[in-house]
Design a protein around this ligand. Sequence first.
Ligand SMILES: Cc1ncc(COP(=O)(O)O)c(C=O)c1O
Length: 271
Amino acid sequence: MDLRNAICDKFRVENKLEFKTSQIVVSNGAKQSIANICLALLDEGDEAIILAPYWVSYVEIVKFAGGHPVVVSAGIEDDFKVKADQIKDAITPRTKLLIFSSPCNPTGSVYTYDELEAIAQVISANGNILVISDEIYEYINFTGVHASIGAFEGMKDCTATVNGFSKGFSMTGWRLGYMGGPQWLADACNKVQGQITSGAASFSQEAAAVALRANRSEAMAMREAFLRRRELVVSMLKEVPGLKVNHPQEHFCVSRRKPLFWYVQWQCEYQ
Ligand SMILES: Cc1ncc(COP(=O)(O)O)c(C=O)c1O
């Protein structure tokens, strides 16, 4: 309960999201939060729209839950960000989910306020689709602005905001993530997780509550180190003949004839 209180405060202050503690489900990592939601929500053949380039596990988790992944892509010319109209065109009567991360792994792109608002309008107008907004890279963002799609008009009841401690707090091995969402979804996720792993480790939860209530100076120091590395690597890549290089707002990404994604796990190398 202490950690869930700290998460509610964090969501309110940093993300303009209002949740009761009963709407927060703490898991063994953000990956489990995403799996909980897919297992709770998807029936055989239900479609999940996944914005590409995407983090590898989204497609596999959707398939594991019996769903059908529908990949909607953006290229380097669009800063690797999918437009709201592309999402609208991909929606069918079987669409149950939209999954994306911003800041994005692997591209480093960050969806702007306006881009998220346009996506929110498409989703809220539909009424049958839940969004998994994976915000685990919230603090590794060089734009200085982080917006949560769940805070847009009409999105409160159809967004699960997923976050965790692996990236911004470098607590990867402590295995701790969480989601905040509508009560019905939190109840369903609790049932799924309760039969698979039960709660997350108690000592991880205590450490995470302390981390959340502290200031973000460690995360900001990491961000500065990542920024220096990003500038160095991007400038070197730009010297490679024939290689198109995107200048992302989070990690970075390069493209040859076909997009080739080179994701550096900064968080592992920071120490
Ligand atoms: C976009 C994204 N979401 C979720 C995760 C999973 O994080 P966790 O360690 O909290 O399970 C990762 C890990 O690489 C990730 O890149």
